[in-house]
Design a protein around this ligand. Structure first.
Ligand code: HEC
Ligand code: HEC
Ligand code: HEC
Ligand code: HEC
Length: 478
């Protein structure tokens, strides 16, 4: 390893001086960028390629290998209504807490959500082999068959660089080359979807991103909301109108529909065309307190630590609460670790309570629409209610998919959940009016909803719950 230069140029010094002024109130640690000159080939992508040059980082990275089994989120103690809310979507059958970066490839190769219709795009945030696959397949990568084209090639590429310490596929999960140029170790972006999305927002990452920006942008390659373009099947980030849930909603309702993308799936209970949101950690963070203050993902998730007296960034990605002293107290030295943890847990608790309520509203709205259908309601009313249930669900799903349980942006999360409840309540109101007009017994409907919901909660096998969400009273509408 040959540390080359500390790039301290004049503008950086000026910025550092300003940062120090701000530091008086924010005490944000400064971050220097180190550059290296390795002997690695420019296209190195097996994590094990990096061990020789960076033994400490490799060793630290091994901490991500934790024997943690899958933990389902479909259970009563987590988000019990999800099997109803995702009826007719593969997620309703399998939805687990995320695992460590070393499991990215292993998990995508194993998940029952991948089927013969799955495409190359599904690989995009799971493996260091993606830039190589993009080179080999060109633009066909995105729409290639996951099972027939990509899987065999990935297994071939995985034959090299294996290491027992990393498990079967840990040498090619989310690894060094996803975030670093193998020759200089400069932070870099390897996923074109992020570069394109930022470009459409008038921001040229290569030219304009500061070093501090890069400490979050490397994560924004994957920890973001996305969808597949209708024609090219490319991974697209719906950010043209902004990064807030309401901006992405407008984008999906207008730009995406204009371009031929209407829905991710049709709901099995309401028959509504639905949107599925994915983990928008970057988006929520970007307008939360820390994002606005310039506190990067790496500040909390990769804090500096000392190994044998040498200072290095942690390369274990998990809960910052496992090491509050390093992750938080570098800035919040005036609080104890216990106080900070309590503050986070308190925020999360309130968040999860609000989430349960807003999801319950959505559940009710789906079943009310189901009853509209079976009661032979006016098609216009059904359509109007479907539009509202779609909106209600988007605004909680984008927040539920965010993995910090509200911490990254408590206020933004609450705002979105309020919008969600309003939309679901509107759907219920419209449906109720029509059902009353048709002489439907609303009390019986409410009882059947509670009963069905209870059956879903009581079903012990998470993967069977979705089947219990429909029955003779609420027939499948997918
Ligand atoms: C998910 C992104 C990501 C992955 C994967 C990753 N790193 Fe890093 N790495 C970072 C970030 C962010 C920094 C902080 C860089 C900075 O601020 O200059 C960093 C810093 C470094 C540094 C500079 C010294 C230091 O500790 O701050 C080295 C060397 C390094 N990483 C090596 C590795 C190696 C080797 C691997 C694979 C075993 C790896 N990294 C995997 C994001 C990543
Ligand atoms: C190439 C894509 C990619 C990049 C880049 C990436 N991640 Fe991840 N990250 C993932 C995936 C995929 C998972 C879930 C893996 C699984 O469950 O198999 C994950 C999981 C995590 C987890 C949960 C780990 C656990 O044990 O629960 C954290 C925390 C995390 N990432 C933080 C970060 C941070 C911070 C960065 C940037 C420094 C980053 N990630 C960059 C794809 C990525
Ligand atoms: C101010 C500190 C802070 C910043 C900045 C921050 N996070 Fe977090 N992050 C947290 C905390 C605290 C949690 C909740 C951990 C818990 O519940 O135990 C969390 C949770 C997560 C999780 C879920 C972890 C898990 O085990 O399931 C992911 C993924 C994640 N953050 C990614 C990111 C990304 C990506 C960024 C930047 C866009 C970011 N975080 C910025 C503090 C931070
Ligand atoms: C790099 C510096 C930095 C790090 C690291 C950091 N914070 Fe902060 N934090 C800030 C700044 C700046 C603010 C906003 C100004 C203020 O209110 O002090 C803030 C505000 C907060 C707030 C009040 C605002 C809100 O969103 O509720 C809490 C709580 C908080 N931080 C908790 C944490 C926790 C927990 C961690 C570790 C997981 C952490 N912070 C890590 C700099 C940091």
């Amino acid at each position: 390893m040959h540390p080359r230069t500390q790039r301290v140029t004049l503008p950086v010094l000026v910025i550092t001086a300003l940062a120090l002024l701000v530091a008086a109130c924010t005490s944000q640690p400064e971050v220097e960028e180190a550059s290296f000159d390795t002997d690695l080939p420019a296209d190195a992508f097996h994590v094990t390629d990096f061990e020789g040059e960076f033994p400490d980082h490799f060793e630290d990275y091994l901490r991500n290998v934790r024997v943690d089994d899958y933990v389902s989120k479909l259970t009563v103690d987590v988000e019990p209504d999800l099997p109803i809310l995702w009826s007719n979507l593969a997620f309703s059958k399998s939805y687990n807490y995320p695992r460590g970066h070393t499991y990215g490839l292993e998990d995508v190769l194993a998940t029952p959500r991948i089927g013969d219709a799955s495409i190359g795009s599904c690989m995009t945030c799971k493996s260091t082999a993606v830039p190589t696959l993009l080179d080999e397949f060109g633009d066909d990568y995105w729409s290639a068959s996951f099972n027939e084209d990509l899987r065999p090639r990935v297994l071939e590429l995985a034959e090299e660089g294996q290491d027992d310490r990393l498990g079967e596929f840990g040498h090619m999960g989310i690894g060094c080359s996803d975030c670093h140029d193998p020759q200089t170790m400069d932070l870099r972006i390897t996923r074109p979807s992020l570069v394109n999305a930022m470009e459409r927002r008038g921001f040229d990452i290569m030219e304009e991103a500061t070093h501090n920006d890069m400490r979050s942008l490397v994560c924004a390659q994957c920890h973001v909301e996305y969808y597949f373009d209708a024609d090219s099947k490319k991974v697209v980030f719906p950010w043209d109108r902004g990064l807030r849930p309401e901006d992405m909603w407008e984008y999906k309702q207008e730009d995406a529909i204009d371009a031929g993308f209407e829905a991710d799936w049709v709901h099995g209970i309401s028959g509504a065309p639905m949107l599925k949101a994915q983990h928008p950690e970057y988006e929520l963070w970007s307008y939360g307190t820390h994002g606005e203050a310039g506190v990067s993902c790496a500040d909390c998730h990769m804090p500096y630590q000392r190994i044998d007296g040498r200072k290095m960034s942690s390369h274990f990605w998990g809960s910052p609460l496992e090491d509050v002293d390093q992750s938080c107290r570098s800035c919040h030295a005036d609080r104890t670790a216990g106080q900070l943890t309590e503050r986070v847990r308190d925020t999360q608790e309130r968040h999860l309570e609000a989430m349960e309520e807003t999801q319950e509203r959505s559940v009710r709205a789906h079943y009310y629409i189901n009853r509209l259908i079976t009661a032979g309601a006016d098609e216009d009313v059904i359509e109007e209610a479907r539009e509202l249930v779609r909106k209600g669900q988007w605004f909680w799903d984008i927040i539920a998919a965010e993995n910090s349980d509200g911490f990254h942006n408590p206020h933004g999360s609450m705002d979105a959940m309020r919008t969600s409840s309003d939309a679901s309540n509107d759907a219920i109101r419209i449906a109720t009016r029509e059902l009353v007009r048709l002489g439907v017994d609303i009390d019986e409907l409410d009882e059947m909803i509670e009963q069905t919901r209870q059956e879903v909660w009581d079903e012990p096998d998470p993967d069977q719950k979705a089947d219990v969400a429909v029955n003779d009273f609420f027939p499948f509408q997918g």
